[in-house]
Design a protein around this ligand. Structure first.
Ligand SMILES: NC(=O)c1ccc[n+]([C@@H]2O[C@H](COP(=O)([O-])OP(=O)(O)OC[C@H]3O[C@@H](n4cnc5c(N)ncnc54)[C@H](OP(=O)(O)O)[C@@H]3O)[C@@H](O)[C@H]2O)c1
Length: 305
């Protein structure tokens, strides 16, 4: 399949491309960060007028996965207009263009559309209640995509992995601090369902291949606190878990409001795929194997310095 990935320099985009480039023809769209990538890269600022049509004309993809976003919660609070343009208006334009060209479209959304006040196990039927600028603009993006293009896949995700800049994911935060013997906090009252980003990519491709459409939760099948996640990273890398201090998010000093319980049910997706989603432990083992095999250095070598 000829797959076009927008936001290919991001955490999901780069790992998706790396994961799939041996089995599929990957074309990535970036804003100029990538130089040595082993797949085709087209340079586009997707907020420029006509960028979407021009990208599709050049790439002629058989499917498009939209990984581009303003995914930094604090940046969304600081610049709501940019957050709307990237998280709501761009997905709408991509969904519309893909529909008119008959190109299957996957849009990536977030678990954070829920405010986390319920006891968790949110299903796709639960009403979303986004707590901040990021989650509000992402939720509007979901509605925009499914209104324009009901055959699109909208996947609410949460993932971790190795990133181009080495700091994008929560796993890297814990790994970087632990290896530098720096103390850090882990929130005990923020629950989420982390999935290795390579598992996210593999599952998204299966969803495309099986012709799924509509809204899905695509997160890890195991819920845990961010503190517990840090401890799991420390244990897998044989680092000192005692460097991680359990803390409440209420004392974090972060401005953008976080949801407390983002335990999402993935029953709909596993039923429609006819298989269980990848377990947390196998993802963590793969994350560690990637580290042993120099995967982080390999993907970082793709960027323009
Ligand atoms: N990380 C998570 O755990 C998580 C959790 C829930 C949902 N998500 C969702 O998953 C998706 C991917 O997230 P991520 O963590 O991979 O995000 P990321 O690392 O911040 O990557 C965002 C990507 O969007 C690109 N982009 C931004 N503005 C652009 C523009 N004007 N034109 C073209 N490209 C532009 C960025 O390019 P530059 O590199 O040039 O800035 C980058 O490649 C997002 O939809 C996010 O909301 C992520």
């Amino acid at each position: 399949m000829k797959l076009l990935l927008t936001g290919v320099s991001g955490l999901l985009g780069i790992n998706f491309a790396q994961e799939m480039m041996d089995q599929h023809e990957i074309i990535g769209a970036d804003r100029g960060k990538l130089r040595n990538a082993p797949f085709k890269v087209l340079k586009h600022d997707l907020l420029e007028p006509d960028a979407v049509e021009s990208l599709l004309d050049k790439a002629q993809p058989e499917a498009l996965v939209n990984c581009a976003a303003l995914a930094d919660l604090e940046a969304c609070e600081d610049d709501l207009s940019l957050a709307k343009r990237l998280n709501t208006d761009l997905p709408r334009r991509l969904a519309r263009a893909c529909k008119s060209r008959g190109i299957p479209f996957v849009h990536i959304s977030t678990d954070a559309v829920f405010d986390g006040q319920k006891d968790g196990f949110y299903s796709e039927e639960d009403p979303p209640s986004p707590p901040g600028a990021y989650s509000k603009t992402k939720l509007d993006g979901e509605w925009a995509v499914l209104t324009e293009n009901p055959k699109a896949i909208v996947a609410r995700v949460n993932f971790y992995g190795w990133s181009l800049g080495g700091k994008r994911s929560l796993a890297e935060f814990f790994y970087n601090n632990l290896t530098n013997n720096k103390s850090m906090s882990g929130f005990t009252d923020v629950i989420f369902c982390p999935m290795l980003v390579n598992d996210t990519a593999r599952t998204l491709v299966k969803m495309l291949q099986r012709g799924l459409k509509g809204l899905y939760h695509l997160v890890g099948p195991q819920a845990m606190s961010k503190y517990q996640f840090g401890v799991e990273i420390a244990r897998r890398f044989s680092l000192r878990e005692s460097e991680i201090t359990p803390k409440s998010v209420n004392f974090s000093g972060l401005i953008a409001k976080r949801s407390n319980n983002l335990w999402l049910s993935t029953r709909k997706l596993s039923t429609d795929l006819g298989e269980d989603l990848p377990a947390f432990s196998t993802g963590l083992d793969e994350f560690y194997t990637q580290y042993e095999q120099g995967y982080p250095q390999k993907i970082r070598g793709y960027q323009q310095l």
